[in-house]
Design a protein around this ligand. Structure first.
Ligand code: GDP
Ligand code: IMO
Ligand code: MG
Length: 426
């Protein structure tokens, strides 16, 4: 079975938690895009794990893979492996494989990301992890792949060719000599060290996945970010630099689309966004603050407060189009407890026209006025409920209303950050 799981909004929908919950049914969990711009939180018992590169299936018995479409910061990966080992989770090459063709995020990508963002008149609010510049180098064929990093001679030859170009680029973006030195030539020995450390994990992810599927193994492709951060279909230019929708998983992983069995969407019961860009239902006042506090809506990667708003049906409908979900996990329902009434944006007004679907351009989305319907709230704490039918009827109605808007069955309702706080509806 091949399942693709993606975020349906602007990231941070709770993908990490749901991968941890369903991961026990899979033999392989694989990341297919993005890099350590992602922050996935998994909470089991008293322990909280914040993962940026290692797939969220880490606490299951699954083999973990990082595909060739991921941009890998080796410094972050090595420290994440170290962090897990310190708490007793051994990351052996049997447990983790990284594709030989994964692009490496180099220190100059990170500096260029920061400098470019400083210079932009209209900020994107990137995570400053060098994601965009690493993907630029992949497309322009100036990338360093993990295979290259793992062979010191190959790596040195590539750097020989790239160093002057990268130094000029940093200076052009306003970097000074110290930055240039630290981000380019001075970092080479450290990166040779990472290549040596990561060499045992090298694998061919497409080959592994196709053979696993031949043998009827279960594979879960774990998305990072969310539908509206997709580099092609998202709210450009306030997007990340990879394809985040389900179809991209096939392209990035090298698994043909006819092998996909199901696509799972992760949908938050309201909406959040980190960084800049349109968010029509954003609540800057009391409700926004309440969602942020109750939902712990602070970025896992950068610590930035997330912008919060009511559930946005037009954006949700588009996410369904982009992903063709087979089923949905609705997360963070507990965060709405005590809010009455709860609002759902059912459509937008733009230039005196009503629409249930978002306009194509961010500049128009920015101008949309949400049209709301109100639903009755509930007061009862739902975080320890164990069956969907035990939820207050207003909470059940809210889930069913979202299900009707999406046109997709909500098979999991999440009512808290812990692994056991899920209600299965199958
Ligand atoms: P991801 O990037 O999609 O994996 O999501 P993040 O981990 O960045 O953000 C989701 C946050 O919400 C994390 O802190 C989770 O522990 C937490 N979370 C996940 N599901 C629930 C839920 O149902 N209720 C509550 N209250 N928190 C949740
Ligand atoms: P997970 O996987 C939320 C946002 C950034 C910024 C934009 C571009 O945890 O859901 P980038 O550094 O990718 O060039 O930044 O994308 N962004 C995320 N927002 N969750 C994420 O990942 C994100 N990864 C990137 O805030 O607006
Ligand atoms: Mg996150």
């Amino acid at each position: 079975m091949f399942t693709i799981l993606t975020g349906a909004q602007f990231g941070d929908e709770g993908k990490g938690k749901i991968v941890d919950v369903i991961g026990k049914d899979y033999d392989i969990v694989v990341r297919f895009q993005g890099g350590n711009n992602a922050g996935h939180t998994v909470i089991v018992g008293d322990a909280t794990y914040k993962l940026h590169l290692i797939p969220s299936g880490i606490l299951t018995d699954a083999r973990l893979l990082i595909g060739p479409g991921v941009v890998v910061d080796p410094r972050v990966l090595v420290s994440e492996i170290g962090m897990l080992e310190r708490i007793g989770i051994q990351i052996t090459p049997e447990k983790l494989g990284i594709d030989a063709k994964a692009s490496i995020i180099m220190p100059y990508h990170i500096e260029m990301d920061k400098l470019r963002e400083q210079k932009r008149t209209q900020k994107i609010g990137t995570t400053a992890r060098g994601i965009g510049f690493a993907y630029i180098d992949k497309i322009s064929r100036d990338e360093v792949r993990l295979a290259d990093l793992s062979d010191a001679n190959v790596f040195l030859a590539i750097m020989e060719e790239l160093c002057a170009q990268k130094e000029r680029a940093i200076i052009d973006l306003g970097g000074d000599d110290d930055v240039v030195h630290a981000a380019v030539r001075a970092s080479i020995p450290e990166y040779i060290g990472y290549g040596t450390l990561l060499k045992p994990y090298l694998t061919d992810v497409s080959y592994e996945l196709n053979r696993a599927l031949d043998r009827d193994k279960n594979v879960l492709a774990e998305g990072a970010q969310g539908a509206h951060l997709d580099v092609i279909h998202g709210t450009q230019k306030f997007v990340t630099s990879s394809g985040t929708a389900a179809g991209s998983a096939c392209a990035y992983l090298g698994v043909g689309p006819t092998r996909v069995d199901q696509v799972v969407g992760i949908v938050k019961a309201y909406i959040t966004r980190v960084g800049e860009g349109p968010l029509p239902t954003e609540q800057s006042g009391e409700i926004g603050e309440r969602l942020r506090e109750a939902g712990g809506e602070f970025g896992t990667t950068t610590g930035r407060p997330r912008r919060c708003g009511w559930f946005d049906s037009p954006l949700a409908r588009k996410a369904v189009d982009l992903n063709a979900y087979s089923r949905v996990a609705l997360t963070k329902l507990d965060v709405l407890t005590g809010i009455d009434p709860i609002r759902i944006c059912v459509g937008y007004n733009l230039d005196n026209q009503y629409s249930k679907y978002p306009p194509q351009l961010s500049s128009d989305l920015e101008r949309c006025s949400p049209v709301y319907e109100e639903m009755e709230g509930w007061d009862q704490d739902i975080s320890d409920i164990t069956a969907f039918s035990d939820l207050p009827s207003a909470a059940q109605d809210y889930v069913r209303r979202i299900e009707r808007i999406l046109g997709v069955y909500v098979s999991i309702v999440s009512i808290g950050p812990r692994r056991d706080q899920v209600l299965a509806r199958e």
